[in-house]
Design a protein around this ligand. Sequence first.
Ligand code: BEZ
Ligand code: FE
Length: 310
Amino acid sequence: MSADTPEPVSAEPVSAEPVSAEQQAREAELTARVLASFDGTADPRLRQLMQAAVRHLHAFLREVRLSEDEWQQGIEFLTAAGHITDERRQEFILLSDTLGASMQTIAINNEAYADATEATVFGPFFVDDAPLVELGGDIAGGANGQPCWVEGTVVDTGGKPVPGARIEVWEADQDGFYDLQYDDDRTAGRAHLFSAEDGSFRFWAITPTPYPIPHDGPVGRMLAATGRSPMRASHLHFMVSAEGLRTLVTHIFVRGDERLDSDSVFGVKESLVKDFHEQTPGTPTPDGRDLGDAGWARVRFDIVLAPDQV
Ligand code: BEZ
Ligand code: FE
């Protein structure tokens, strides 16, 4: 390994600096007292959560031998995250996402089941009253970008078509912004539709392009200080729900995107990387839509929903 290549980091705790046995005992005694203060918690799950959180927090403090200045900086970081958070901006979700905590929670709660489509991060830009479009409709709503035809089917893990599945789709425009990030009240790059009797769906969207997560706040400063990029790999968000089946929150990613290996929120899974086939201008569209001399793309996403009790 060359002098400028950092050692690969282990996911295991590093051994603490040498600390005297007496000091270790004092620290362990404090941790034990804090843990015991939750012994009387009536709700056993809450007791488990609080005690595990304390155990891991104290282990972190002791492992890194946190200085008081560093503790103060941590408090200031969390305070800044609170101050920048409002109904349109959720810095704590960004923090969870960039630390991989969102994806770890998703992994724990969406165990692989048969060939069910994999889940990925929800992100902060979903709204629950996006417009309805018909099958074949356009979710772009005026968002800038290359038109992209998206089609597929929704089936269960037995291969049975799922009619009437509610399919929510949302995406950033080609300038890298979701409609919510503009100061006007536009609705663009989002809609919902329902799968047909045979489980099929189709709609126009725009070809996803890479964009940064909001990085003008404390999470952005953390990324900059640690040499990490705020960029997300290009993607189109889906949330698919149907009676008796596990709701799927996922995206599809664009094969060939150079950011697939460095997505800032660790959301990429190989099974979700799809071929977006570029069509030269003038290629007839599947529904006869006249795109003039614009090029367009098409992608297929076949969705398999797990049963909701697995
Ligand atoms: C997004 O995909 O829109 C997103 C996900 C996590 C954090 C920020 C944005
Ligand atoms: Fe997104």
